[in-house]
Design a protein around this ligand. Structure first.
Ligand code: FES
Ligand code: FES
Length: 218
């Protein structure tokens, strides 16, 4: 067959695509979820590589030695016994694990503990105390911003950091004028909080709580 014929060309392309797919798969990096699964599931376990990490959690210096595949979420919950931060999906889809790291909210299930050497981490336990609630915690209580409460620590950490993002002038996906300071409308808050899912559907009360702490939405 003529090597320039259409069929040969198609076959060649197919071979290239298959070869490319194989090499891409071989070169793909494992996700944090895959690594965390390996670290906690004996049937797929590979030998642990331990590493030391130090960070500040809720104002206290903490030093750990963890399997390098340990997520920040598992380090907080399983190693430091800070179980206020919740594990919902463990895949970056629900926001239940939201904590504040160096002033920015992140999904702690999507990041490895050893990536945060020297970081300043705030969890729900560090925002307020039962006697002295953080204003956002008090507003959630006042406005009934929860039902089962499972998503609530993540919602509150997210809301606190979100208001700081607005103060810092960081735009969101629905900000219309990127050259103007962000204004805080209900639509903005809904967009900015869209990474935090509430299966009980307490969204309107959560919005009321954030409205109060923000001093009124536009
Ligand atoms: Fe991290 Fe759901 S547990 S996003
Ligand atoms: Fe139940 Fe939000 S209060 S999931």
């Amino acid at each position: 067959m003529d090597k320039d014929s259409p069929l040969e060309t198609r076959v060649s392309r197919r071979k290239v695509l298959i070869a490319g797919g194989v090499s891409a798969a071989a070169g793909a990096l494992p996700t944090v979820a895959t690594l965390a699964n390996e670290a906690t599931t004996p049937s797929v376990a590979r030998p642990a590589v331990m590493s030391k990490v130090q960070f500040e959690v809720n104002g206290k210096p903490r030093a750990l030695e963890v399997d390098t595949r340990t997520t920040l979420l598992d380090a907080l919950r399983e190693h430091l016994r800070l179980t206020g931060t919740k594990k919902g999906c463990d895949h970056g889809q629900c926001g239940a694990c939201t904590v504040i790291v160096d002033g920015r909210r992140i999904n702690s299930c999507l990041t490895l503990a050893v990536m945060h050497e020297g970081a300043r981490i705030t969890t729900i336990e560090g925002l307020g105390t039962p006697d002295r609630l953080h204003p956002m915690q008090a507003a959630f209580v006042k406005h009934d911003g929860y039902q089962c409460g499972y998503c609530t620590p993540g919602q509150i950490c997210s809301a606190v950091a979100m208001l700081q993002e607005v103060k810092d002038g960081i735009p969101s996906h629905v900000t219309e004028d990127l050259t103007a300071r962000s204004t805080l409308s209900a639509a903005e808050v809904r967009e900015r909080m869209s990474g935090n899912i509430c299966r009980c559907g307490a969204y309107s009360n959560i919005l009321d709580a954030i409205d109060e702490v923000a001093g009124g939405l536009a």
